[in-house]
Structure formats: structure tokens, C-alpha cells
Design a protein around this ligand. Structure first.
Ligand code: ADP
Ligand code: MG
Length: 483
């Protein structure tokens, strides 16, 4: 057994979710990403003397949404605190956050692993504001600062130390991203920093119940980096312990270029934040009515849809997971099955044909030109054997995407794709095929049943691909038995 196998890794995550509000948490500055530096600021977000912050109601609403979606308890009485520290990207000299009374406590998020699921417990979710950004790579001798992000509303979601592997961390982060997108509270865009996490990692001997000392890898902004940071930390910490050392609690950076973590330049020296209640912001009291209104506005959540798709519609779990990856895709599927009871066939169309088309065209389902009703009409043509599946998916579907206003059946007729289910004309082709290869008919009679493939090919050729294959096959067998 390798030494690493004697250890397990324990991980807890602090996820920062940047909210998709139009204005900042405590003033009306806009929040759009990518604006020219220092154009989305005002005396309030810069913390000039005499200015007063004012709560953005949307932040509360979004926090409650997330809390309800994760089964948290919602605190009715909310207060804001000042977390004081000095840094150039923090113009006020403090961050407005919540301290001992966060808006949500408890709750959990289900993650999916290869062959199982696991509930990760949520410790708390609190509201706060983002800091600005220091930029070190744009001027040779100076650091620059962009304060556009200062004051943008965030939720910080802190998990219990429930993770035991980098795969679990990866799955959790993708689940968080999916759920905030379903809820419409954040774009979940990790590359743009809308979703970032601090990864707390410790190790201990397998079987130990006491937690080891944790190190915190700050501000990881990709799923893969989070996974790699855990893997690197695990080895690094085990190596230290095995060499007789001890782990000291520390704050680390992850460098994607090397895959290594390294101690951070301590920006918040001494860690005495001197929290106190923000005197400029009155407590926010949530009524039951407000909370119930938010609850009523919740969309169906991915996990509920997976249950519905597998249990009520009988879809395989794989299909259910692919269909619910994005809310708009799930909604398309739900709209489609209003027009058809062929749930699995509908899922095949969405997953195999529509998704492939979206990928090829590099567009989203919102930009997909065909309505669920049109797809249902296409499915019905195949179901009634008027058009073969091959012709429907490879010819009619692409043609429809270019002429989305056309009725599928009319277009199939004008493209000459209607399948022949007329037994009389198929019989004619069958007779021709049999007449062409008399020796193969004999071979069939002697037991070489495989030659039927040759006859099928011939019938399809004669009918120019339009003979209904099932009918053709039936007729061929009948005639061969009789021959
Ligand atoms: P801080 O802001 O000081 O980092 P928080 O309580 O906000 O503290 O977050 C601590 C995070 O670290 C939580 O996600 C928690 O689950 C996790 N954590 C705490 N102790 C350990 C440990 N020994 N090993 C791994 N993770 C831990
Ligand atoms: Mg932390």
C-alpha cells in the first residue's frame, strides 16, 4: 500500500457567487462585466465621506431563492456588518458582509458521482459585496486598480467539510453552477469570476475522526483548477507529515501553469477584522409573505426534473441528466412532450439530433429555429411511417432548420421524402428483386437466411429508398417462404 493510500483528504468549500443584478449591492452603479476600468463607480461605491449605502432588494431575493432551493433555514432578521481591512482594491477600508447572523443556514446539495450520489451539507450562506481588482500585468512598474467590481453583490456559500475527493469537489462546483443558472441569480461564469471558490484542504490517516489542519487555496476560478489544487495539496500535505513535519494553517494561491500551490502574499495581515454592525444599514426583516412569494417563483430544479424524467417518464438516468444540464434545454423537452407521449423518442431527438445541430452551429437552444411543435410533427411522420427515420433526421430536419415556417409533411412531400407504405407497389419491387436473383432464392430455401439483406438492398434501390423497410421485409419473407 502506498503511503498516499493510508490517508484521506477532507475538503470544505467557500463559494462566492456573483449575483446577476443590474446594480450594485448598496448603490445604483451598473454591474455589467467588461466595461472600461473605473467607469462603473460612484461616491457610494468608493466610500466617500457623507455617502450612505442602501440595500438592493434583489440581493435579498436571490439569497432567499438559493436558500430555499437548497433547503436552508432562512433567517428572518438580517443585519450587515463591516469587515475591516486595508487593501488598495477596497476603497472604503471595509467590506459590507454578514457576520454572526447569515441569511441562510443548514441545507444541502446533492452531487452525483460515478455510481452514487452524496449530500454535501451547507453550513451557511451570507450576503456581502465584492472588492475591486488589482491588475499587476498591464504596466511595467505599477500595479493598477479597477474598482468597477467594488460593491457588486455576492453570496458566499460555505459548505461543511464533507468532501473526500477532488471528484466530489468538481461535481459540487458544476452542480452549484447549474443551480444558480436555473435560478437565474448568477450567470455562473467561472472564467469571468462570477463563480469562484476557496478550497480548504486537510489530510488525515484513514480511520481518524479528528480533522487535520487545513490550508486554504484562495480564489480558484475553474472546475479543473479546483480539482487539481485538491490533488496537489493532498500530496504536499501527506509528504510533509510523512517527513515528520506538521501542517501550519495557511492561505495559498494555485498556479494553473505549474499545477502547484504557494503561500499567498498576506493581504489581510493579522486577521483582526474588527467586525461590527454597519451603523449605516438598518436591519432587514423578512416577512413570511416575502419568503413565500420567493418560494412560489422558484423554477423546477434540476434534481426534481431528473426524478420526474426517470420516475414518471421512464427515461434512463443518462438522458435525464443530459436533458437537465441546462434549464432552457429541459424546458424545450418539457414543451416537446406536451405534443407527444413518445418520451424516449423525444429525448433521442433532443439529445442526438437537436444537440448535435446546436453544437455544429455553435448556437444555444434559445436560438434554435424549430419549435417543439415542429419537432413533434417530425416525430409523428416517423411514427406513422410516412417518412423513414433516416430521411427525417438526415434530410427533412436540416431542410426545416433552413425553412422553419414550413410544415414538416408539406416539406417532406416537396423534397420527395415520403416513404412508400403502399403494399401494392412494394410488392412489385419485391417481385422484381426476387426475379433478379433466382439462385439466391434457392440459397434462402436451403437455409441461408442471410441473403435477405441482399434482397432488402435491392428493394430499397428499386424504390429509391422510399419503401417502408418493415413492410418490405415482411413481404420478402412471406414471398421467400412461398417461393
Ligand atoms: P474562514 O473564513 O476562516 O476560512 P469559514 O468558516 O468561512 O472560515 O470557512 C471554513 C471552510 O473550511 C468551511 O468550508 C469548512 O467546511 C472548511 N473546513 C474547516 N475545517 C476544515 C478542515 N480541517 N479540513 C478541511 N476543511 C475544513
Ligand atoms: Mg475562508
Amino acid at each position: 500500500m502506498s503511503i498516499y493510500e493510508q490517508y484521506e483528504t477532507v475538503i470544505g468549500l467557500e463559494v462566492h457567487i456573483q449575483l446577476a443584478t443590474e446594480s450594485k449591492a448598496f448603490c445604483t452603479d451598473p454591474t455589467s462585466f467588461g466595461a472600461a476600468p473605473n467607469t462603473q463607480i460612484s461616491p457610494v461605491s468608493l466610500g466617500h465621506p457623507g455617502t450612505l449605502p442602501r440595500m438592493n432588494k434583489r440581493q435579498i431575493e436571490y439569497a432567499v431563492k438559493l436558500g430555499l432551493a437548497l433547503g436552508c433555514e432562512i433567517n428572518r432578521e438580517n443585519q450587515f456588518a463591516r469587515k475591516n481591512y486595508f487593501y488598495v482594491d477596497l476603497p472604503k477600508g471595509y467590506q459590507i458582509t454578514q457576520d454572526d447572523l447569515p441569511i441562510c443556514v443548514g441545507g444541502s446539495l446533492k452531487i452525483r458521482l460515478e455510481n452514487s450520489t452524496k449530500d454535501i451539507r451547507i453550513h451557511r450562506i451570507h450576503m456581502e459585496e465584492d472588492a475591486g481588482k488589482s491588475i499587476h500585468d498591464q504596466a511595467p512598474k505599477h500595479s493598477l486598480v479597477d474598482l468597477n467590481r467594488a460593491g457588486v453583490p455576492l453570496l458566499e456559500m460555505v459548505s461543511e467539510p464533507d468532501f473526500r475527493s477532488s471528484e466530489e469537489v468538481y461535481s459540487y462546483m458544476s452542480e452549484v453552477r447549474k443551480i444558480v443558472r436555473y435560478l437565474g441569480i448568477s450567470d455562473g461564469n467561472m472564467e469571468e469570476g462570477s463563480l469562484r471558490c476557496d478550497v480548504n484542504v486537510s489530510v488525515r490517516k484513514k480511520g481518524d475522526t479528528k480533522l487535520g489542519t487545513r490550508c486554504e487555496v484562495k480564489n480558484v476560478n475553474s472546475l479543473r483548477y479546483a480539482k487539481r489544487a485538491v490533488e496537489f495539496e493532498f500530496k504536499r500535505q501527506v509528504d510533509i507529515i510523512e517527513a515528520g513535519g506538521t501542517i501550519t494553517q495557511s492561505t495559498l494561491n494555485f498556479d494553473p501553469a505549474t499545477g502547484r500551490t504557494s503561500p499567498m502574499r498576506e493581504k489581510e495581515n493579522a486577521h483582526d477584522y474588527r467586525y461590527f454592525t454597519d451603523p449605516d444599514l438598518p436591519p432587514v426583516i423578512l416577512t413570511d409573505e416575502f419568503i413565500e412569494d420567493v418560494r412560489a417563483s422558484l423554477p423546477p430544479l434540476p434534481e426534481q426534473l431528473v426524478q420526474q424524467f426517470t420516475k414518471e417518464l421512464g427515461l434512463p438516468e443518462y438522458d435525464a441528466l443530459v436533458l437537465t444540464e441546462e434549464r432552457s434545454m429541459a424546458e424545450f423537452y418539457l414543451a416537446l412532450i406536451k405534443h407527444t407521449k413518445q418520451y424516449k423518442t423525444a429525448s433521442n431527438w433532443v439529445i442526438n439530433i437537436i444537440k448535435a445541430y446546436l453544437n455544429e452551429e455553435d448556437i444555444s437552444i434559445e436560438e434554435f429555429p424549430l419549435s417543439p411543435r415542429t419537432i413533434a410533427a417530425l416525430m409523428a411522420l416517423v411514427e406513422s411511417k410516412k417518412v423513414s427515420f433516416a430521411a427525417a433526421s438526415q434530410k427533412l430536419f436540416p431542410a426545416l432548420t433552413k425553412q422553419p415556417q414550413q410544415e414538416p409533411e408539406a416539406l417532406a412531400k416537396s423534397l420527395n421524402l415520403m416513404q412508400d407504405s403502399d403494399a401494392g407497389s412494394i410488392e412489385h419491387f419485391v417481385d422484381q428483386a426476387l426475379a433478379k436473383f433466382p439462385d439466391k432464392v434457392k440459397a434462402y430455401k436451403k437455409g441461408k437466411k442471410g441473403v435477405i439483406g441482399l434482397f432488402m438492398g435491392e428493394v430499397m434501390k428499386l424504390s429509391r429508398g422510399k419503401a417502408n423497410p418493415q413492410l418490405a421485409n415482411q413481404l420478402l419473407r412471406k414471398k421467400l417462404e412461398e417461393a
